[in-house]
Design a protein. Structure first.
Length: 209
């Protein structure tokens, strides 16, 4: 499914948005032409609320022919039959081999190229690397990744996504670096009154480069 995505912008919802405010924000995002939404949430939100919100977001995405991904909750992704994004610290991946309903899984590699190279079983459909730039939402003790090194060493036959601190001022660097997509949170949602226009601007920049 990801190979059919044309927009190049992978939107990640901020944990600060919930309920109707979140649903409206996602609708504004998709109305711009963006085709991927990742639902990110605070760990303190219980499963019932996650399920209720994710079910509504999934419907919005389906209505807009968009791809819906859940962050770091494989039980929720399995239950709803969505995409899943997981971090590099998850050691037991056996659930991915037995899953019957998760559509696909993406892996956060941070700057670790070997995490991609070691995926000999082709478990993952895409790989994200970051933070590409300073980020409030994608913080790392090691700071930003060496974007040039990652660009030159990542598997060019895989779907590679840059994440972290990406906005309208630096997005072109990601496209020129050979990444297939840019995952963006604050660059879209930092101003709730301007989500659609910011999303459109990002798409225009991506398509120009």
């Amino acid at each position: 499914m990801l190979k059919n995505i044309q927009s190049g912008i992978y939107a990640i919802t901020p944990t600060s948005l919930r309920a109707d405010e979140l649903l409206n924000a996602v609708e504004d995002t998709l109305s711009s032409g963006i085709e991927i939404i990742q639902y990110r949430f605070d760990d303190c939100i219980n499963f019932d609320e996650r399920l209720k919100t994710a079910s509504k977001l999934k419907k919005i995405c389906l209505d807009n022919n968009a791809c819906f991904i859940i962050n770091n909750d494989y039980l929720l992704a399995e239950y709803l039959g969505t995409g899943l994004h997981i971090g590099p610290d998850l050691e037991d991946l056996s659930f991915l081999l037995t899953s019957e309903n998760i559509q696909f899984t993406g892996l956060s590699c941070k700057s670790n190229i070997s995490a991609q190279k070691n995926d000999s079983n082709n478990i993952f459909s895409y790989y994200s690397f970051g933070p590409a730039f300073f980020s409030q939402t994608k913080k790392s003790e090691r700071g930003e990744i060496d974007l040039k090194y990652v660009s030159e060493n990542m598997d060019e036959n895989s779907i590679n996504i840059a994440i972290g601190g990406i906005n309208n001022t630096n997005l072109s660097q990601i496209k020129k670096g050979g990444f297939q997509m840019a995952a963006i949170c604050e660059g879209i949602y930092s101003d709730k009154s301007d989500i659609k226009e910011r999303s459109k601007q990002l798409l225009e920049i991506w398509n120009e480069n």
